[in-house]
Ligand binder design. Structure first.
Ligand code: IPE
Ligand code: IPE
Ligand code: MG
Length: 233
């Protein structure tokens, strides 16, 4: 029997190493990586995947060299203005999660525009984690719950796992069934800590710019062969 696969989350890692292996600047890896992002989003839409969440930039990534951060922000600008159009045209709803206040005003405006324009689409939900950190997300959700209690509109005993989950940036989205990390690193790097409680993991040595729809299909086949027990026997 195949597992139900609604939501895939990917940690797109290894752009810098891909470039370094070729004697290119790290930014060349980001450029190629952005093309891979587009290909994989299209493939996911064509494969009928309902939710794809991509880790594009973490809160910790702000600590990189200014040159690299500026390059990534400009790449993002370009994608928001034009490149995401093709994915939108495939009927995808685009959503962003993360700490927006750290992003430039024009980028924030484009993000809101795209979210609004695609809100009615119902094929793939492409969720892009941008300036995202899971611990910050959990703290923000805890603050929301605390505010409701302080206002008197929530009793502490009424707070359930489902309600707390709805306070996260991922709100109404189902939890990821499968988390993929490229580049051979076997860690989570502050990604979706609450949401991955029962996700299956797949670590591939492929560097993100070399990742392909074919490999995604192979990983899904592996996922389908697994037994998910959720603590039962
Ligand atoms: C992932 O590739 C993209 C971002 C984190 C923005 P890296 O830039 O982390 O590439 P490596 O891990 O240094 O190879
Ligand atoms: C995680 O990759 C973040 C993204 C892929 C956007 P990093 O390259 O930043 O993670 P670490 O530093 O290896 O943990
Ligand atoms: Mg990395």
């Amino acid at each position: 029997m195949t597992n139900k696969l609604k939501h895939i989350a990917i940690i797109m890692d290894g752009n810098g190493r891909w470039a370094q292996k070729r004697g290119l600047p790290r930014t060349a890896g980001h450029k190629k990586g952005a093309e891979t992002l587009q290909q994989i989003a299209k493939a996911a839409a064509d494969m009928g995947i309902e939710y794809l969440t991509l880790y594009a930039f973490s809160t910790e990534n702000w600590k990189r060299d200014k040159g690299e951060v500026d390059y990534l922000m400009n790449l993002l600008r370009q994608y928001l203005k034009s490149e995401l159009k093709e994915i939108q045209d495939r009927g995808a709803r685009i959503k962003f999660i993360g700490e927006r206040q750290m992003l430039a005003d024009d980028i924030k405006a484009e993000m809101s525009r795209i979210e609004k324009e695609t809100a009615g689409n119902n094929k793939l939900t492409l969720c892009v984690a941008l300036s995202y950190g899971s611990r910050a997300e959990i703290v923000a959700a805890a603050k929301k719950a605390a505010e409701l209690v302080a206002k008197g509109s929530l009793e502490p005993e009424q707070l359930t796992e489902d309600m707390f989950g709805s306070f996260l940036y991922t709100g109404e989205m189902p939890d990821p069934d499968l988390v993929i990390r490229t580049s051979g690193e076997q860690r989570i790097s502050n990604y979706l800590l609450w949401q991955i409680a029962y996700s299956e993991f797949y670590f591939t040595p492929t560097l993100w710019p070399d990742f392909s729809a074919k490999e995604l299909e192979e990983i899904i086949a592996d996922f389908n062969s697994r037994e998910r027990r959720y603590g039962k026997v």
